[in-house]
Ligand binder design. Structure first.
Ligand SMILES: Cc1cc2nc3c(=O)[nH]c(=O)nc-3n(C[C@H](O)[C@H](O)[C@H](O)COP(=O)(O)O)c2cc1C
Length: 185
């Protein structure tokens, strides 16, 4: 399995780190593109370096490299996850405004009918954000917001992130070992 991972500059870039780690453990091939704003957010919010993220991906692309493999529909993938997805990147995806490689890769996945999972992060959400999320859903994106979870013993930030990763895995028919599914009790 092969998944493109886009990390944009919303809060919670650390979720991208944990998703890359989980996909590596699940032996899924990952192709990573990170925005400049994501690098900034990573520095503001965490003690991670960009290299800590890139070391987890199989292939890493330059955001400006519009000739990269993931910029073309002939490069096959199972789809793409944008985690976290900033409101700016969301706007770019719904408008088809593909002026960087992350946006182009998402545009390509949509045109090829491949899965695009967005993990949008902003609060509160304006009407502009809500409209764009609705449009994203209408064009076929799956919206998986990083919502708080109160069941399954999710009592730490790490467990909250694990829950989101579990939900993303489900979108690709995968099961994540650190996320316990609701079993009806
Ligand atoms: C520390 C920090 C936190 C941010 N959090 C968010 C956020 O949660 N959601 C969001 O849409 N933008 C957030 N931003 C603003 C984005 O980084 C900014 O809109 C940027 O232009 C997004 O660019 P990108 O989509 O190319 O990554 C944050 C910026 C910083 C510095």
């Amino acid at each position: 399995m092969r998944i493109i991972i886009g990390i944009s500059g919303a809060s919670g870039v650390v979720m991208g780190y944990h998703l890359l780690k989980a996909l590596r453990e699940a032996r899924v091939e990952t192709h990573l593109v990170v925005t400049e704003a994501a690098e900034r957010t990573l520095a503001c919010e965490t003690s991670f370096r960009l290299e800590d993220l890139t070391a987890l991906a199989d292939v890493v692309y330059d955001l400006r490299d519009m000739a990269a493999r993931i910029a073309s529909g002939s490069f096959w993938s199972d789809g793409m996850v944008v985690i976290p997805c900033s409101m700016k990147t969301l706007a770019g995806i719904v408008c088809g405004y593909a002026d960087n490689l992350l946006l182009r890769a998402a545009d390509v996945c949509l045109k090829e009918g491949r899965k695009v999972v967005l993990v949008p992060r902003e609060t509160p959400l304006s009407l502009v954000h809500l409209r764009n999320l609705k449009e994203a859903a209408e064009v076929g994106c799956k919206i998986v917001p990083p919502m708080l979870t109160f069941y399954g013993g999710a009592d730490t930030v790490e467990k909250q992130i694990d829950h989101i990763i579990g939900k993303i895995f489900l979108q690709f028919g995968l099961s994540y070992k650190n996320c316990t599914s609701w079993d009806g009790r």
